[in-house]
Design a protein around this ligand. Structure first.
Ligand code: URA
Length: 263
């Protein structure tokens, strides 16, 4: 400061102890802007069906941002189709998002898919060996049937992150998907989180995601062993509306007025 290298809103300030608000004031050292360090935020939301994974939607549909608190710089990590439900991470930490979303780091994602008919061992093997679809080679790390009658719920684990990958893969082996839920991302599982609810990640989960860890084997077995819950369409829609309106429902629902209406 004494050397006249610091400016506040274009004025050189030399007096030691001069105050500035880094959120509002333009403070520079040698002409380089000094930014306020932002507290990193790491959330996991159980996205309901019908909600769009984007920061803002030109069609003004409800987005994941409507279901979590307004935090500067917050954005969803990766994508989940509007017709899918399940876990989506949100953060304002770009390096963390890159680490989690990039296939190179192989963070496993686990999905429960309701499919037409029951895949046999050969179909599951094809998923693991991989299928070329529209020029994209896609494969799952694991696949198994977790519930079956006329149709089936299948659990698949992948680490790629290609668009519509689960639906495209299952359709390619003859089992189109009618419902899709993401139930785990690395060590983070949907246990205890109803559609429309969110929570902060624990320090262990943040560290585990950075290291590309999967959920603990025991936890994954319990998760996989659970019968996928059938859910009434209306109940899901009701929860999404309720969450967006900030009605009570536990600490993990967003409080505050709904920003946008559904058409
Ligand atoms: N794969 C899909 O097909 N859809 C999703 O939403 C996520 C993965």
């Amino acid at each position: 400061m004494l050397e006249g290298r610091v400016t506040r809103n274009g004025e050189t300030v030399r007096e030691l102890g001069t105050k500035a608000d880094l959120e509002r004031d333009d403070v520079r050292v040698d002409g380089v802007r000094v930014k306020a360090p932002k507290a990193p935020v790491y959330l996991v939301l159980n996205k309901p069906r019908g909600v769009v994974t984007t920061r803002s939607d030109p069609e003004r549909r409800q987005t994941v941002m409507d279901l979590v608190p307004a935090v500067a710089g917050l954005f969803p990590v990766g994508r989940l189709d509007v017709t899918s439900e399940g876990l989506i991470l949100l953060t304002n930490d770009g390096a963390f998002a890159e680490r989690v979303a990039h296939p190179r780091y192989e963070v496993p994602r686990v999905y429960h898919a309701k499919v037409h008919r029951v895949p046999d061992a050969q179909a599951l093997e094809r998923l693991k060996h991989g299928v070329k679809i529209d020029g994209d080679f896609m494969a799952v790390d694991r696949a198994r049937v977790v519930q079956a009658d006329n149709n089936a719920w299948v659990e698949v684990t992948l680490h790629e992150g290609k668009q519509h990958e689960v639906k495209r893969l299952l359709e390619a082996v003859g089992h189109p998907v009618s419902k899709l839920r993401r139930v785990a991302i690395g060590p983070v599982t949907s246990r205890g989180l109803e559609p429309g609810q969110f929570r902060s990640l624990t320090p262990e989960e943040i560290e585990g995601l950075r290291r590309g860890e999967a959920a603990a084997a025991g936890r994954m077995r319990r998760l996989a062993g659970r019968r996928p819950r059938p859910r009434a369409k209306d109940a899901t829609r009701g929860r999404a509306h309720e969450a967006a309106r900030g009605r009570s429902g536990g600490p993990s629902r967003r409080a505050g007025p709904r920003k946008r209406g559904r058409p």
